[in-house]
Design a binder for this molecule. Structure first.
Ligand SMILES: NC(=O)c1ccc[n+]([C@@H]2O[C@H](COP(=O)([O-])OP(=O)(O)OC[C@H]3O[C@@H](n4cnc5c(N)ncnc54)[C@H](OP(=O)(O)O)[C@@H]3O)[C@@H](O)[C@H]2O)c1
Length: 288
């Protein structure tokens, strides 16, 4: 199996490389190999490479910057995704694409099912939603896996930002009224490999189990890091309301995803986010 992964420098692509099944002959492309904003290059480059499967882990992921940079966000998250779908459909090869909890407005109080109505609040979520819709039109066999709050030891994400702040500050405030599910990039990567292997199609949800606010997540990062001696100093973490931490993009207040259908389809256990966090912090305390 010759599999092409897109998004080389990103955290998810790095996890996909780390967890690639042994029988897979892997090629990983980043911006240098194929700049996905050059839309007209996508189909010919993929047809020339002729992979047996594609996992798209690339995206315009700067949620706040997207509000001022909508053209670039739509180009990557909608238009490039359509081109990937066209290429996969022509080749008849499976395509696994990754989307986001930000397609929802967060007004629900129970975990979101894949079929729940989408109503994104910002440009990032809207561009990802339009990418999903176009992909389903041009390549109905594609699998779309929505995920949330992705992090990985050693990459840039909420966890690494918290650890950097905790290393230098005695006190920090973190938003406590936005609830989601922190998701280990390593767990997500293993799930995506199974989705590809089983040739799933349609929209699915995956996040690690449980729910947390950003404040809960920050407190758990701190406690785990103290226990595993990644942080050796006292830091006070205070809960903030969203109004106290304004950002250019509005984020859903509640975006927990119901992953049960996908877990059943691929026979994957419910891994609580706190357990996954412990494993990621462990990688920082004993790097190999
Ligand atoms: N991170 C989260 O919390 C989160 C939550 C929900 C869903 N997701 C989704 O999960 C997927 C993976 O996210 P991630 O966290 O791994 O993102 P990431 O770390 O920001 O990686 C995104 C990747 O896309 C690449 N990319 C951006 N513009 C490109 C272009 N024009 N041409 C080629 N490559 C380009 C980036 O390359 P450069 O480094 O060169 O820019 C980077 O390698 C995305 O679909 C994202 O929307 C993420």
């Amino acid at each position: 199996m010759r599999i092409l992964v897109l998004g080389k420098s990103g955290q998810l692509a790095q996890s996909l490389v780390g967890f690639a099944p042994t029988q897979v002959e892997l090629t990983v492309w980043g911006r240098e190999e194929l700049d996905l904003s050059n839309l007209e290059e996508i189909v010919p480059r993929l047809l020339a490479h002729a992979p047996d499967g594609v996992i798209n882990a690339s995206a315009y992921t700067a949620v706040d910057r997207a509000e001022q940079d909508a053209d670039a966000a739509y180009r990557l998250n909608r238009d490039a995704v359509k081109q990937l779908g066209l290429a996969a459909a022509q080749m008849g090869c499976p395509l696994v694409h990754v989307s986001t909890d930000f397609v929802f407005d967060g007004n629900q109080s129970r975990p979101y099912q894949p079929g729940d109505a989408c109503s994104p609040l910002g440009i990032y979520g809207a561009s990802k939603r339009e990418g999903e819709s176009l992909l389903q039109q041009v390549c109905p066999a594609a699998a779309i896996v929505r995920t949330a709050w992705v992090y990985r030891a050693g990459s840039n994400n909420f966890m690494s930002t918290m650890l950097r702040l905790m290393a230098g500050r005695d006190e920090l405030g973190v938003v406590a009224d936005q609830v989601g599910a922190p998701t280990s990039s390593d767990n997500l990567a293993q799930v995506l490999w199974r989705v590809l292997e089983r040739r799933l199609s349609g929209i699915w949800h995956y996040s690690d189990a449980g729910a947390a606010s950003w404040y809960d997540f920050a407190c758990a990062i701190y406690e785990e890091s103290r226990q595993q001696h990644v942080i050796e100093r006292d830091v006070v973490i205070r809960p903030l309301k969203t109004e106290q931490y304004p950002t250019p993009a509005v984020r859903p207040a509640y975006s927990v995803l119901d992953s049960s259908a996908l877990r059943d389809a691929i026979n994957w256990p419910a891994i609580h986010w706190q357990q996954a966090l412990r494993e990621q912090i462990h990688q920082l305390s004993s790097p190999h």
